[in-house]
Design a protein around this ligand. Structure first.
Ligand code: BGC
Length: 740
């Protein structure tokens, strides 16, 4: 749309919003600020009754196309001003067609992956009658004990920002009136990935420099990409609940970044300001939320119960309420919901049947997988093998293959690894054993929201031993063993933090016993977080990190294991050797006794806390060489840019993908800067012998940082190192200088 047309449209929408606001009662305005829970566990009066009297702006936790139309009809025809509802749900990595979990998509290091898959997720969700998804989750996380690491893009703000923009584009497109898209929601604002000890919901303490340099960049990038909504985080950020954090919500988001959409709290988080001992009571919680600029209360009814009273007693003005309602109405008008409030109930079945959705799921899964080890070129396996054993508790689990957030009536329907291998080898004998079960010691409340997840009684020691022995028997009879180990879907995600990163249950014991048989063993990992697989990393020759790969996950694993696809993913997060080493990340500062010094003090006396696998790491079935690293200028002035180029050559025998990565280090300055920071990447495909030159730009955007010392954004005149290569330990080095 042309600029002139666009601003004309904006004016028209603004006019409609003002006209509507004039008609609405105070109670109705407060209704727009209320999000009603459509699930049984949600508190509050019946959704229908709230909607009828104009007490609801949005409904969540409902996944029922027919019901959407019924509720919408009440809103349009029976509520005082006939304002359409927004239907919202967590469509995190697919609606019916499930894609790899967000952490996996980040491992593709290819923004086309999340952009394409979220476009499809939006199309399916919209066809089901949803308008709004609670994604992308943009929480940078450097502590894999935190279960929700699976929902984000890992540890790095640069990679995280690229994935944020791609997801916003995928969900929203570039026009909110696009009837095949949904509103995106940047969450959880902000700092949730830094909870103390990785314990979900625990408090977060972050300096302004950590916030601005590490945590906030993906949110800023999403804002610049036009994200329509934001969700606040649950916890206290530096002693102030994020939901009532005026500095964060008003100063940073609205004033500095110019965000024009609306904010929703996390579930019950407005009311929880009382639970968190910040607000004296509901009245004060509402006041704090409203004052901080929190537009919509997710299901705690704190606004419904208090906001109008607050205006009547003079604690707030009606104009302040209008200011909070305005962006919600604006978005409803921009989406065209007043003209087209209903969904065609026959659409979804047609949309989900589109073959390109499954094709995209398989493609995304292939591109997300990371080859961690391949001694002696064991992989790819030959398709001529006759007897293959597929073993492990997640080898035939649809839930573990789909991953987190498969709730609210979703029926699991993934191709498991076992099925994928069987489909790939129609002439082989493919046997299977699960081995002993794995389970959470403490159940997840999410289990009650999921289909097919009824908690079974725990295996007795005798049953576990029988399962162990029968897995060994199955392994003994095969020529090739594929172990599929890791975590189930409910072991990562919300309320799924853990203290250890070991393979749960008896999986490592089984792996050792199977390996002792002396047959070739390949390990496939299905999991939503880094695991400390130290023993496997030294003893199992081939390891494929497949994450939670989605609907076509098993086929994608088989494609890679048998050479129909060449892995090219890279870790978006450091793999520590132990959970207790967390947080462990590559972009740390130099200390007075660096690892390279003769005075190096082991950071712990019981084992070096160096990563098992570094950030950015991943192998291929071919090999690559980086050479000819060049900077366009040895010196540039503050504010100017230079280009960096590097040649990448495929030195192996098959075509493959490499991710060229660029890291910088500012050698000195107003503040100490990290020893390495990612500032550019590009995933490329190379034929055997082919060479490509990759070019990056470094300028003020990449070289400016928030300085604790200066208390503002600065760019220092200083010398810089740079490295280009295939991971965060790249050694090809050059230097340049920035002068005043
Ligand atoms: C989660 C959010 C989610 C919301 C709505 C909360 O428990 O923290 O990420 O979007 O529920 O389901």
């Amino acid at each position: 749309m042309s600029k002139a047309k666009d601003s004309e449209k904006q004016k028209q929408v603004a006019g409609k919003v003002e006209a509507l606001l004039k008609k609405m009662s105070l109670e109705e305005k407060v209704g727009q600020l209320n999000q009603v829970g459509g699930a049984e566990f949600a508190p509050g009066p019946k959704a229908e009754d709230q909607i009828r009297k104009g007490g609801a702006g949005s409904v969540l936790w409902l996944n029922d196309t027919k019901k959407f139309n019924e509720l919408q009809k009440i809103a349009m025809e029976e509520s005082p001003s006939g304002i359409p509802l927004l239907f919202a749900l967590d469509v995190i990595h697919g609606y019916r067609t499930i894609f790899p979990v967000p952490l996996a998509m980040a491992a593709s290091w290819d923004p086309n992956v999340p952009e394409k898959t979220q476009t499809i997720a939006a199309k399916e969700a919209r066809a089901a009658g949803l308008h709004w998804t609670f994604g992308p989750m943009l929480d940078i996380c450097r502590d894999p004990r935190w279960g929700r690491i699976v929902e984000g893009a890992g540890e790095d703000p640069y990679l995280g920002s690229a994935m944020a923009v791609a997801q916003v584009r995928g969900f929203q497109g570039d026009d909110l009136s696009d009837a095949e898209r949904v509103l995106a929601c940047a969450k959880h604002f902000a700092g949730y990935g830094y909870s103390d000890g990785g314990r979900d919901y625990d408090p977060v303490y972050l300096s302004e420099s950590q916030l601005r340099n590490i945590v906030l960049p993906p949110f800023k990038a999403a804002t610049d990409a036009g994200v329509a909504t934001f969700m606040s985080a649950y916890m206290d950020l530096n002693d102030v609940p994020a939901t009532g954090n005026r500095w964060l919500l008003r100063q940073v988001l609205r004033e500095e970044w110019g965000f024009e959409g609306f904010l929703v709290s996390d579930a019950f988080a407005v009311g929880n300001m009382v639970v968190q001992h910040h607000a004296k009571d509901g009245r004060e919680a509402a006041l704090r939320g409203l004052n901080a600029g929190m537009n919509m209360d997710m299901s705690s009814y704190t606004y419904t119960e208090n906001a109008a009273k607050l205006v009547k007693e003079g604690a707030l003005t009606e104009a302040e309420i209008d200011e909070l309602v305005r962006p919600i109405l604006t978005i409803k008008f921009k989406m065209g919901l007043f003209e087209k409030p209903y969904v065609d109930e026959t659409l979804l079945e047609k949309v989900i049947a589109l073959p390109e959705h499954r094709t995209a799921s398989r493609w995304a899964a292939q591109r997300s997988m990371v080859l961690l080890r391949n001694e002696g070129g064991l992989l790819p396996l030959s398709k001529d093998i006759k007897k293959v054993a597929v073993i492990g508790p997640v080898a035939d689990s649809m839930q573990a293959t789909e991953g987190s957030w498969m709730v609210f009536g979703h029926t699991p329907a993934a191709v498991t690894v076992l099925e994928g291998v069987r489909a790939k080898l129609p002439n082989a004998e493919v046997t299977y054993a699960s081995g002993p079960e794995i389970r959470r010691d403490i159940p997840s409340w999410f289990e009650s929201l999921m289909a097919g997840q009824e908690r079974k009684p725990e295996q007795t020691p005798a049953e576990s031993e029988a399962a162990f022995q029968s897995a060994l028997e199955v392994a003994k009879a095969a020529d090739q063993i594929i172990m599929v180990l890791g975590e189930t879907d409910i072991m990562a995600g919300e309320a799924a933090s853990r203290a250890s990163l070991d393979l749960p249950g008896r999986q490592e014991e089984l792996l050792k016993a199977v390996s002792a048989l002396g047959k070739p063993v390949v390990l496939v990992l299905l999991n939503g977080r880094p695991l400390s697989i130290n023993w496997a990393a030294e003893n199992i020759p081939a390891i494929l990190e497949a994450w939670e790969p989605g609907t076509e996950g098993g086929n994608a694993v088989a494609d890679i294991l048998f050479g129909d696809a060449n892995p090219g993913g890279k870790l978006p997060v450091t793999f520590p050797r132990k959970g207790s080493h967390a947080p462990l990340y590559y972009a740390r500062n130099m200390t007075h006794s660096p690892e390279s010094s003769p005075l190096y003090n082991p950071r712990y006396w019981d084992g070096l806390p160096v990563p098992l696998y570094p950030f950015g790491f991943g192998l291929s079935y071919t090999t690559f060489e980086f050479s000819n690293l060049k900077v366009s200028a040895e010196k540039i002035k503050v504010g100017a840019s230079l280009t960096v180029s590097v040649d990448v050559t495929n030195t192996g025998k098959v075509a493959g993908d490499e991710v060229a990565q660029l890291y910088i280090h500012q050698q000195y300055g107003t503040d100490t800067r990290p020893i390495r920071e990612l500032k550019g990447f590009e995933r490329i495909t190379l034929q055997p012998g082919e060479k490509k030159t990759v070019t990056f730009t470094l300028g003020a955007n990449e070289l400016t940082y928030w300085s604790s010392n200066a208390g503002k954004w600065i760019q220092d005149p200083a010398s810089f190192d740079l490295w280009a290569g295939s991971d965060s330990q790249a050694s090809l080095h050059a230097e340049f200088e920035v002068t005043a």
